[in-house]
Design a protein around this ligand. Sequence first.
Ligand code: COA
Length: 263
Amino acid sequence: MTTEDVPVLIERRGAVGILTIDRDSRLNALSRGTLYALGRLGKELVDDSAVRAIIVTGAGTRAFCAGADLKERQGFTLDDVRHQVGLYRSELGILDKSPKPVVALLNGVALGGGLELALVCDLRVAASHAVLGLPETSLGIIPGAGGTQRLARVVGEGRAVEMITLGRRLSAAEALSWGLVNHVVPEGENLLDATLAWLQPIANGAPIAQAAALKAIRASFEVPLERGLELESVYYDETLRSRDRDEALVAFAEKRKPVFRGE
Ligand code: COA
């Protein structure tokens, strides 16, 4: 079986599901098959009640993802390109709306659609050698997979304009200082192990609370403040009615760590 048959690998490490784009020879660029595989396997992990967090990463050490597969795209008609851009929304929507936190583990360059994929995720962890950028305007186009919308929400309008119009590429350290990545793994540490350790509060956490928190935070970008505060109350109530909340109170009284079951 070739890499093209299975462009994305899936594995589970404890409560963490891991999707790895396995196209190192093309710097893990997003072909049509890769987008479909991310959608299909993403759904598998979202539907798996034993999985509490999802990592999306790339094979090798050179690239998380170098964006659209420009070699595949050479043979595309304009309608093919439009269809492909639609796949970013339809196929990556499952990760975008995941009730479990999704983490992009940037093991190398994240350019164009690669950074847009990382922006679909809730959190971003980077290797110290990672480079992040949206070079689309230098190719005569604009980011078409959410980059113009999501980047500004994360780093603010001025910095988004700078990255997109100047084609400015950021080192991992710069991305950390801009808030574009949440955590940088120091050189020499095992990237996946360090990320799994960083994710322990989620992997051991209360899934209902995690999902409610994500829904509330995501809503803050969609609705006016008054409505957002109402929604926060609704989601808070979901956690109040959970057994995990009772378990946290009992564990506190018993001076032990809570064991959350997602109930
Ligand atoms: N689509 C398809 N193949 C890609 C690719 C992409 N987006 N990016 C890189 N590759 C391929 C290269 O063609 C090369 O294949 P080859 O060995 O058969 O020639 C291989 O991956 C390695 O890339 P290379 O350019 O030799 O590596 P590098 O370390 O010199 O440069 C990059 C790395 C990421 C800076 C460079 O590959 C690049 O600019 N890629 C395009 C990124 C981009 O503009 N993405 C946005 C698209 S909207």
